[in-house]
Design a protein around this ligand. Structure first.
Ligand SMILES: *[C@@H]1O[C@H](CO)[C@@H](O)[C@H](O)[C@H]1NC(C)=O
Length: 181
C-alpha cells in the first residue's frame, strides 16, 4: 500500500518534471568522489555496492529545487536529452538485490553523513546511488529504493527524451539517482 502510493506519487511528479541535469561520468557519481569500500549484494552476489564520499552534492540539489515537482515522497526528475540511458532490465536486477537484502538482512538501511554519505549500486549498464544530504544519518527502506529504481529506469528513457533521472526528497534530506554506469 505504501509502495503503490509512493509510485503513484512519483508518476504524478514525473509528468511535469523533466529537467536538464547532467549526471557525473561513468565511474563516479559526483565531483570529488572518494570511494571508501566496495562489496557485492543480491541473491547472486552480482550487484556492486560502494560506500563513498560525495562532497559537492549540495549544489546539485539546489539546482533541482526550483524545478522539482513536490510529491509526498520525492520529486522525480528525468535527465534530458534522450539516448544513453541505462537498460531498465539491468536496473531491475539492482532493485531485486535490494528486495533480497530487505528479506535477508532487514527492511532498513542506514546512510551516514560526512565522509560516508553516499551508497552506489551498479549492475551492468545501470547505476543507482543514494546521497544523504542531511547533517545526521538517514534510515531508509530498501524496498522503497527498489521501487524508485523500478520507476525511474523505465520512465526516464529515450521515449521520454531522457537518459535516467533522480528523485529528490521533498525536504531535501536525500536524493536517489538512476543513470548509465
Ligand atoms: C559506511 O557506511 C556504511 C553504512 O551506511 C557502513 O556499513 C560502512 O562500514 C561505512 N564505511 C566506512 C568506511 O565508514
Amino acid at each position: 500500500m505504501l509502495f503503490s502510493f509512493a509510485v503513484a506519487s512519483l508518476f504524478f511528479g514525473l509528468s511535469t518534471a523533466v529537467v536538464s541535469v547532467t549526471p557525473a561520468g561513468s565511474d563516479t557519481v559526483c565531483a570529488g568522489q572518494v570511494t571508501l569500500s566496495e562489496t557485492y549484494i543480491g541473491e547472486h552476489n552480482n550487484v556492486k555496492v560502494s560506500f563513498a564520499t560525495c562532497p559537492d552534492v549540495g549544489s546539485q540539489s539546489r539546482a533541482l529545487t526550483s524545478r522539482q515537482t513536490v510529491t509526498n515522497v520525492c520529486g522525480t526528475n528525468c535527465f534530458v536529452p534522450s539516448g544513453g540511458g541505462p537498460n531498465p532490465n539491468d536496473c531491475h536486477i539492482i532493485a531485486d538485490a535490494l528486495r533480497f537484502n530487505s528479506q535477508n538482512i532487514g527492511a532498513i538501511f542506514q546512510v551516514n553523513t560526512g565522509t560516508n554519505n553516499t551508497v552506489v549500486m551498479q549492475f551492468a549498464s545501470c547505476l543507482s546511488f543514494f546521497v544523504n544530504q542531511d547533517l545526521g544519518p538517514i534510515a531508509y527502506c530498501r524496498t522503497d529504493w527498489a521501487a524508485l529504481i523500478d520507476f525511474i529506469a523505465p520512465n526516464c528513457q529515450a521515449t521520454q527524451n531522457a537518459h535516467g533521472g533522480n528523485c529528490v526528497a521533498t525536504d531535501q534530506r536525500w536524493f536517489a539517482q538512476v543513470q548509465h554506469a
